[in-house]
Design a protein. Structure first.
Length: 155
């Protein structure tokens, strides 16, 4: 019986197995990193700024919101700023520190107790003059550069 030996040609254009393995590992790492970034972007970030829960009452030309809950940590009064827009969306008070805004543009803030002087706390009230601010006006509490909104109160 005659054996037929086929002559193997060496193909110089192929990639060696070592380089191929290194490339596959590198591609897998890059894909894993891209997937990680995509999944990270889908999850919401947890903020550290406070959010206020309020109740609204209307009496004697005043719309008053009383803080009933504060979540995600305390809000320093010195770090809270006020924005007021009328029913047409025009700013009546631009980003102004809470202490400076108190008593201006029909806005009044009152603290529930001396113990809560440093922080906004349950029982504190925010009021707007209801003859000046019609339905659709908003009082927004934000941080100094308006990136965090603590609450939006609507007349």
């Amino acid at each position: 019986m005659k054996k037929i030996w086929m002559k193997r040609k060496k193909d110089s254009s192929a990639v060696s197995p070592v380089i191929a393995t290194i490339l596959m590992v590198a591609i897998t790492v890059v894909l894993a990193a891209v997937l990680y970034v995509m999944v990270l972007g889908l999850t919401p970030t947890v903020g550290t700024s406070a959010t206020f829960g309020t109740t609204k009452t209307i009496a004697s030309n005043q719309v008053r919101w009383t803080v009933v809950s504060v979540s995600a940590g305390p809000a320093l009064k010195s770090a809270v700023y006020v924005q007021i827009k009328d029913d047409t969306g025009t700013f009546k008070l631009t980003t102004t520190q809470l202490s400076t805004a108190n008593g201006t543009a029909g806005f009044v803030y009152s603290s529930s107790s001396l113990a809560s002087y440093t922080y906004i706390s349950v029982g504190d009230t925010f009021s707007l003059n209801s003859t000046t601010y019609k339905t659709g006006s908003t009082l927004t509490l934000v941080n100094s550069d308006s990136t965090n909104q603590y609450c939006i109160l609507t007349v």
